[in-house]
Design a protein around this ligand. Structure first.
Ligand SMILES: [Zn+2]
Length: 369
């Protein structure tokens, strides 16, 4: 152990819908395959405002975009994770089984242990019950327990922690826009929703060589839309003041798009009929809408690929970290708000556009006074 750890640590937890409390728990003794992380920063994810409101997820320790320093490490953990005490890591939210077919492919997002579809209680940071030992199981905390099945990424010593917390959102962008939808050189891509994941899709598409990147959002998203050109967007559209189909057809000179990625997460906002109109022959559509049916006839006529997705592979997060560390983009402009542990409630609300306005990416620094 590098330095003597304190006996206990503070953690902000969700005790009930829209309610946060700060509790103090002992820092647990670790087994040979476990570790302790000193949290430097934890970003607020785009889905967390929904998890915070929900009655399904309680009591839980929220926070899953975690950057920290490994400060205690069992000998088996050292061998498995290939890190040393004092090294900095980004932690994936998944605590997978590491032996199922999905895990063996690096697809921890689909591991039955870590999945929350089908009414499961997933093993993943941000949704774990803090009332059970080891208690320090969420990212909005001073220290976190690292179980044997932690999935970690080593990060450079000089990477600002707040930037590192973008790895999850940008990793989703890499996964969805490029790995899932094959956006690549020469492609025209339309991205709906300028949150962390939508902006991540913009960055990933730019890095993948897309020729034209169009980002659409709403009036409340204006700060995000204004930043988007610096992250690689060629055109931005406010769908409340402009017609989406008309604008996309105008900037593509009537050609339409090769790829649509809908990151809005809002079935009401998603409009499959518009995407079908905008799709070129052979286009790929990544959709989030739940009630539109399967448009088999148009899929056939236009030879479309329609799919959805979730989460990200290990490789997508590594690529996101590479983009972040490249310094090519002013990502610090995405990190608009930093909160202390006492203001985790505000940080989550700000991410959902409530109580605090103008947040693109909110970060919790547990050491902020
Ligand atoms: Zn598994």
């Amino acid at each position: 152990m590098l330095t003597r750890l304190p006996d206990s640590a503070r953690i902000a937890v969700k005790t009930a819908p829209d309610t946060t409390e700060i509790l103090r728990f002992p820092i647990p003794a670790i087994g040979p395959a476990e570790g302790i992380l000193r949290v430097e920063a934890c970003g607020v994810g785009g889905a967390e405002p929904e998890h915070y409101r929900s009655t399904r997820w309680q009591p839980i320790a929220m926070g899953h975009q975690v950057i920290g320093t490994v400060v205690a490490l069992g000998p088996l953990a050292r061998a498995m994770w290939k890190v040393e005490e004092g090294e900095r890591i980004a932690l994936q939210e998944y605590f997978p089984c590491k032996s199922c077919a999905w895990c063996l492919r690096g697809e921890y997002r689909f591991c039955p242990d870590a999945d929350f579809f089908g009414g499961r209680n997933p093993r993943r940071t941000g949704l774990l019950d803090y009332t059970q030992a080891p208690h320090l199981v969420g990212g909005f905390a001073e220290y976190m327990h690292l179980p044997w099945n932690s999935v970690i990424h080593r990060i450079p010593q000089d990477l600002p922690a707040s930037l590192g917390t973008l790895a999850v959102g940008l990793g989703n962008g890499v996964q969805w826009a490029t790995m899932d939808m094959q956006t690549g050189p020469g492609k025209t891509v339309l991205i709906l929703g300028p949150g962390q994941q939508g902006l991540g899709c913009v960055l990933a598409s730019r890095e993948a060589g897309a020729s034209t990147i169009i980002l659409a959002g709403m009036t409340r998203d204006l700060p995000r839309l204004q930043l988007a050109p610096e992250l690689g967007a060629d055109h931005v559209i406010n769908v409340e003041t402009h017609d989406l189909v008309d604008e996309v057809m105008r900037v593509t000179r009537g050609a339409g798009v090769d790829v649509v990625v809908d990151t809005t997460g809002d079935p009401g906002a998603a409009n499959l009929q518009q995407y079908l109109k905008l799709a070129k022959m052979g286009a790929w559509l990544w959709v989030n809408c739940t009630d539109s049916g399967v448009p088999v006839q148009v899929m056939k006529e236009k030879y479309l690929t329609v799919r959805s997705g979730r989460g990200r592979t290990y490789a997508a997060t590594e690529e996101a970290l590479r983009i972040i560390c490249s310094g090519k983009y002013p990502l610090e402009k995405m990190c608009t708000h930093t909160f202390g542990l006492a203001d985790v409630h505000k940080a989550i609300k700000a991410t959902g556009g409530k109580e605090v306005q103008g947040a693109i990416h909110a970060v919790v620094d547990p050491w902020l006074a």
